[in-house]
Design a protein around this ligand. Structure first.
Ligand code: LLP
Length: 432
C-alpha cells in the first residue's frame, strides 16, 4: 500500500512511521517536519554491510554518502553501524568529526576542493581523498609535503558508462565535470604522475556512474571497465591498485512506477563480475568500497505538511497548498521527481482526488507534484510526502526567508529532535 515498508495505518486511521502517529508528530513538533525512521536507516546500513561482507569475504567497506542527508545524529547512527562515510565538503567533514566519526573510514570527494578543504582533510587524517583532477593532485602533493605527511588518495575515474537516469544526476560519461576520462588517456597519465609524486600514495580508483539507477547492467559494465584499467596499470606500470570504489546510485521506490532490484541482487551480480574479471585478467581482487546514499536514507524519511488553501480551477486543476515547498524539497522543481503522498489523518481512506500539491514559495514551479492521487484534502489536514529522506533536508534552502523545518527521528514508538526548527532569529543570524 505504501512505497516505504516502514509506514502503516494505526488504530486511529492515521499514518504511522516507526510506530509513531504522524498526526501527533505534527502537533508536537509543528509542520513542515522531516521525520526519519532510525530503524529503517539502520536496517538499510546492515543489509548493505551484510552483502558486501558476504560477496567479498569481508574485504570491503560500505561508505554512506553523507550528501544525501547529514546532521550530527545521522553521523552518530552511521558511526554506530560501523560503516564508513563519504563526505564532499568541509561542512560534511566537520559534521562527521563533531559526531566523533572515525576519520580513517572517511573518503573526501569533490570536483573542486579548496586548499582550506584539502588542508583540513590532511590535518584530520581523513582515510583517503578522492582526487578529481591533475591540478588538485599537485596542490594536495604540495600541501601534504609541507605538513610532512603522505596523503592516501584515490582517483575519480569516468568509466565512460551511460547510466539511464536523469541528465543532472549522470556522472559516468566523458562529458562530466567529475573525474579523469579513460578514453582520452587522461586517467592513465594521472596514475603515472601520482606514482612519481612523493607526498601522495595512490591507494585506489573510484567511479560513480550516477544516481537513482535501476538497471544492474551499467554497474556491472563499470566494474568491468575499472578492473580492465587496473590490469592495464599493473601490466604497463607494474603498479598494484589495491582498492576499487564502485560508488553509489542504487534506485529507490518513490512511486509505484519505480522498480528497484533488491540491493543484495546488485551486490551479488556485480561481485560475480568482479571475481570473474579479476581471474580473467590475472589480478588480485581489490578491496571493494561502495557509497550508497539515497538507498540508505531515502525510504526512511517522510515530510509532514499542513494544508492551507485548496484552489479548484474548473476544468483545469486543483491546487492543494502546503506550508512548505521547494525550500524543503526542491526535487520536483529540479528534476520533476515524482513522489507518493497521502493525507496522514485520512490514511485509511481511498485516494479519490487528483491534485497538484503546491508549495508556499513565490514561484509557479514550486510544486511537490502534479496529478497526484490523494485523499480529499482540506485546510488543516496533514499531508505526508513519502520517501523524502534523501536529498530533501540536504538540499533545503531559506528561499523567501522561510526557516528550515526540524528533523525528528522516530524509533520504535519514540520520537526525538535531531535538528531543531530554525527560528526567525536564525534567518537573520549572519546579517549585519
Ligand atoms: N558517491 C558519489 C561520488 C556521489 O556523487 C553520489 C551522489 C553518491 C555516491 C550517492 O549516490 P546515491 O546512492 O545517493 O544515488 N540531488 C540529486 C542526487 C545527486 C547525487 C549526487 N551524488 C537528487 O536529489 O536526486
Amino acid at each position: 500500500m505504501f512505497v516505504s515498508k516502514n509506514l502503516t495505518v494505526n488504530e486511529n486511521g492515521n499514518l504511522a512511521i516507526g510506530g509513531v502517529d504522524t498526526v501527533e508528530l505534527a502537533q508536537q513538533y509543528g509542520t513542515p517536519l522531516y521525520v526519519m525512521d532510525e530503524q529503517l536507516i539502520r536496517k538499510n546500513c546492515r543489509s548493505f554491510k551484510k552483502s558486501i561482507d558476504k560477496y567479498y569475504d569481508g574485504n570491503g567497506l560500505v561508505c554512506y554518502a553523507s550528501k544525501t542527508f547529514s546532521c550530527l545524529e545521522m553521523c552518530r547512527i552511521i558511526k554506530n553501524e560501523g560503516i564508513g562515510l563519504d563526505v564532499v565538503s568541509i561542512g560534511e567533514l566537520y559534521t562527521a568529526l563533531k559526531a566523533g566519526f572515525d576519520c580513517s573510514k572517511i573518503g573526501f570527494h569533490g570536483n573542486n576542493k579548496t586548499n582550506q578543504e584539502l588542508e583540513y582533510a590532511v590535518d584530520n587524517k581523513v582515510g583517503h581523498i578522492i582526487v578529481d583532477n591533475i591540478e588538485e593532485l599537485y596542490r594536495l602533493d604540495k600541501i601534504a609535503g609541507e605538513k610532512n605527511v603522505i596523503a592516501d588518495i584515490m582517483f575519480r575515474i569516468k568509466p565512460g558508462i551511460d547510466a539511464h537516469t536523469h541528465d543532472f544526476v549522470k556522472t559516468g560519461q566523458i562529458d562530466s565535470k567529475f573525474g579523469f576520462a579513460l578514453e582520452t588517456g587522461e586517467a592513465f597519465e594521472a596514475v603515472k604522475l601520482a606514482i612519481q609524486l612523493e607526498n601522495v600514495n595512490l591507494l585506489g580508483l573510484h567511479c560513480h556512474i550516477g544516481s537513482q539507477i535501476f538497471d544492474i547492467a551499467p554497474f556491472e559494465e563499470a566494474a568491468n571497465v575499472m578492473l580492465g584499467f587496473i590490469a592495464k596499470i599493473k601490466k604497463e606500470l607494474d603498479f598494484e591498485v589495491k582498492e576499487l570504489n564502485l560508488g553509489g546510485g542504487f534506485g529507490i521506490m518513490y512511486t509505484e512506477k519505480d522498480t528497484p532490484s533488491p540491493y543484495d541482487t546488485y551486490m551479488k551480480n556485480v561481485s560475480a563480475v568482479v571475481h570473474k574479471k579479476c581471474e580473467e585478467l590475472g589480478i588480485n581482487l581489490p578491496f571493494i568500497l561502495i557509497e550508497p546514499g539515497r538507498s540508505i536514507a531515502g525510504p526512511a524519511g517522510i515530510t509532514l505538511y499542513t494544508v492551507g488553501a485548496r484552489k479548484e480551477i474548473p476544468n483545469i486543476r486543483t491546487y492543494v497548498s502546503i506550508d512548505g515547498g521547494m525550500c524543503d524539497n526542491p526535487r520536483y522543481a529540479l528534476y520533476k521527481s515524482e513522489y507518493d503522498a497521502l493525507v496522514a489523518n485520512k490514511a485509511s481512506q481511498e485516494k479519490t482526488d487528483i491534485v497538484t500539491i503546491a508549495g508556499k514559495c513565490c514561484e509557479s514551479g514550486d510544486l511537490i507534484g502534479e496529478n497526484m492521487p490523494l485523499q480529499y484534502a482540506e485546510s488543516g489536514d496533514i499531508i505526508a510526502v513519502c520517501a523524502t529522506g534523501a536529498y530533501n533536508y540536504s538540499m533545503s534552502s531559506n528561499y523567501n526567508r522561510i526557516p528550515k523545518p526540524a528533523v525528528v527521528f522516530v524509533n520504535e514508538g519514540e520520537s526525538r529532535i535531531g535538528v531543531k526548527r530554525e527560528t526567525l532569529d536564525d534567518i537573520i543570524r549572519n546579517d549585519i
